[in-house]
Design a protein around this ligand. Structure first.
Ligand SMILES: [Zn+2]
Length: 222
């Protein structure tokens, strides 16, 4: 699994027990920016297992348990519960994207021999004229690190600086020296570099922490 993980290098102030910033490549930055495109319902689904706080899970569950008889005949609850992210998964953003795709995509097929399939169960098979009523669940391919090189959002030639509060900017030597001043780091000997990997678990944890903390990297990785 480790080859489908994204790595980044943390600069840690061991005395202050905090992450000053992370040096991250395109894959990591793409992942972080991708969070912006996630529909709220997708975030709730992803964070369910992490014990999401607040009232949004109740809102979600209310619709989930609401009987279909209360829903307009031309509407589907899944449109709200499993919304499609406006940024297509073909832009190949790792981690949360593949999970979201697995959660979201259902197809419907006919039971006759013509293998007709639709993304809407109201469609009728043109061959046998029955409803395409058998649910088929789409399974996303495993996220492959190499494939992100050309896709995603930001350009890959630059290294980016991700601050503890998730402020992101292109990295330069000058900016890291300025940073050390800004952080008031007196003892450079107490600084330590650590490479961490961002897998599915860390991604979900990072998403959760970003909703409630402004020292995300410290909270997730230390
Ligand atoms: Zn058919």
């Amino acid at each position: 699994m480790s080859d489908s993980k994204v790595s980044k290098k943390l600069l840690i102030d061991t005395k202050g027990k905090r992450v000053l910033f992370a040096e991250a490549g395109k894959d990591c930055v793409d992942f972080l920016f991708h969070i912006l495109t996630l529909p709220v319902a997708t975030i709730i689904t992803l964070l369910k297992t992490q014990g999401m706080v607040g009232s949004l899970p109740n809102l979600f569950q209310s619709l989930e348990t609401l009987n279909d008889t209360f829903i307009q005949p031309n509407q589907k609850k899944d449109t709200y519960l499993k919304p499609i992210s406006p940024v297509s998964s073909s832009s190949s953003v790792p981690l949360l994207a593949s999970t979201a795709a697995q959660i979201q995509k259902n197809f419907y097929r006919c039971t006759c021999n013509y293998n007709r399939v639709s993304d809407d169960p109201r469609a009728t098979c043109p061959s046998c004229h029955r409803a395409l009523s058998t649910t088929v669940t789409y399974v996303a391919p495993p996220a492959v690190v190499e494939a992100w090189e050309d896709g995603g959002l930001v350009k890959g030639v630059v290294t980016y600086m991700v601050m503890d509060d998730l402020e992101i900017k292109p990295m330069s030597t000058i900016s890291s020296i300025t940073m050390l001043n800004k952080f008031n780091v007196k003892d450079v000997g107490a600084l330590e570099e650590k490479v961490v990997y961002l897998g599915m678990d860390e991604a979900v944890k990072l998403l959760k922490t970003s909703l409630q903390s402004n020292k995300v990297l410290t909270d997730v990785f230390l």
